[in-house]
Design a protein around this ligand. Structure first.
Ligand code: PEP
Length: 253
């Protein structure tokens, strides 16, 4: 059975004190509510990884980073390596987010190298894919996502692929308040699963968690998560509010 997952992507938000406050509230919520039926991951900016890890301990939620260098180590000022994350026992890392593709010109080839570095260091990549509005309007969404998944990920062995979490995030829905309909999400998730099945077989495809991301909030999470191929969500804005993030996690059964 594949895992149900709710992952928060804090992006470049919150001061240290604000981060501390959100984590503190999240812990209170987790302690007060019945156990979740999904795995919760919080992907913070690098400076807050240790704080989040201290809060999470071994049990309540897991901690992830939002990006990683494609290089091993050395003279790459400002970069953070997968080995560094691994040495802090960070278990997850987002790669290929549309904001990195758009503002940092990240290609599928670069994303493939980042995925390799993470896997070498036993960190599970949360790999984002998704089309921009013009591509959706031109009915090119399947072509675009196929290219991203194929060029970014299909060099992996089946065993390596089994470590991935995929996040389908239509770029037109990220931070815009415009959510994909449950039908649009299901259609694309089923398509991604069919690509995986074609390349790696049905078992790997059935075991891969595919998350939806894009303006997911407490009011729409339930109907998005009710789809058979939607295994949870990658949550941006709503993950900055501990109550909203908790409510989203609770709607994933
Ligand atoms: C994201 O950036 O991964 C995301 C899904 O953002 P939001 O939920 O704010 O649309």
């Amino acid at each position: 059975m594949r895992s149900k997952i709710v992952a928060g992507n804090w992006k470049m938000n919150l001061t240290f004190d604000e981060a501390d406050e959100v984590l503190d509230k999240l812990m209170t919520n987790l302690e007060e509510h019945a156990a979740l039926s999904c795995k919760m991951i919080v992907c913070t900016p690098y400076p807050y990884l240790e704080l989040a890890s201290d809060y999470s301990g071994d049990s309540y939620f897991e901690v992830g980073a939002q990006d990683v260098s494609a290089y091993d180590k050395g003279a790459y000022t400002g970069e953070v390596s997968a080995a560094m994350l691994g040495s802090m026992e960070i278990a997850y890392c987002i790669v290929g987010h549309s904001e990195r593709r758009a503002y940092h010109n990240e290609s599928d080839e670069l994303i493939a190298r980042k995925v390799d570095r993470l896997l070498e260091n036993d960190i599970r990549p949360i790999v984002c894919c998704g089309e921009v509005l013009e591509e959706r309007e031109a009915d090119k969404q399947f072509e675009v996502v196929k290219r991203q998944v194929t060029d970014g990920l299909f060099h992996l062995t089946p065993e390596q692929f089994g470590k991935l979490i995929i996040a389908y995030e239509p770029v037109w829905a990220i931070g815009t308040g415009k959510t994909a309909t449950p039908e649009q999400a299901q259609e694309m998730h089923a398509y991604i699963r069919s690509l995986i099945a074609e390349k790696y077989g049905k078992v790997v495809a059935e075991e891969t968690s595919i998350l939806y991301g894009g303006s997911c909030k407490p009011s729409n999470a339930k109907e998005l998560f009710a789809n058979p191929d939607v295994d949870g969500g990658l949550i941006g804005g709503a993950s900055l509010n501990a109550d909203d993030f908790m409510a989203i996690a609770e709607s994933l059964k």
